[in-house]
Design a protein around this ligand. Structure first.
Ligand code: IMP
Ligand code: MG
Length: 179
């Protein structure tokens, strides 16, 4: 385990099981649709890579980038950094996110895509942290509910670090207390 990680919250083994379970559900629900998976950079790329390989129905992928975080606290402001390449008009979209926390990012993205006439929009969040919810939004597919702790690994970062950890762990508070 990394020295800055206090404890492991989702192990590599559990990550595999989650991706298999969610992939089966999504494949069943979108069996007769042309699914567009939209991932939110950068945190969700690792989950996107795993979940897409567990989806058996026809699907395309695309990426968006937004940011609402400067350190371990939300700023409450969403910045749009990269738009989709594929036109969302008329598409059945599943947003692939690393974590649903305050919900500000996802409710913003959902509204943007609805305004552009997506046929349907659902959300698949690898982690759900309901304790800190501020926007009225829920995920349609959830990997695991986590407690109100700052987590890193499996794509999730603290100041761009720890994304490469193959598990999800709670970041030791001493790491951000030093800053
Ligand atoms: P929200 O808008 O507050 O729901 O947060 C969305 C984004 O904040 C996520 O996509 C993450 O990039 C980031 N985030 C929220 N909680 C955590 C955390 O515990 N660790 C790392 N990133 C987080
Ligand atoms: Mg993110």
């Amino acid at each position: 385990m990394h020295e800055d990680v206090e404890k492991i919250l989702v192990s590599e083994e559990e990550i595999k099981e989650i991706c298999k379970r969610l992939g089966e559900e999504i494949s069943r629900d979108y069996a007769d649709k042309k699914l567009l998976l939209v991932s939110v950079l950068k945190g969700a790329v690792v989950f996107m890579a795993d979940i897409m390989r567990n989806i058996t129905c026809e699907c395309e992928i695309d990426f968006m980038a937004v940011s609402s975080y400067s350190n371990s606290k939300t700023t409450g402001v969403v910045k749009f950094k990269k738009d989709l390449d594929i036109d969302p008009d008329g598409r059945d979209i599943l947003i692939i996110e690393d974590i649903l926390d305050s919900g500000i990012t996802l409710s913003y993205l959902k509204n943007v895509l609805l305004q552009r006439n997506a046929a349907s929009i659902k959300i698949c969040a690898f982690l759900d942290k309901p304790a800190n919810r501020q926007a009225d939004i829920t995920a349609d597919y959830v990997g695991k509910v986590v407690p109100d702790e700052f987590v890193v690994g499996y794509g999730l970062d603290y100041n761009e670090k720890y994304r490469n950890l193959p598990y999800v762990g709670a970041l030791s508070p001493k790491v951000y207390a030093d800053k």
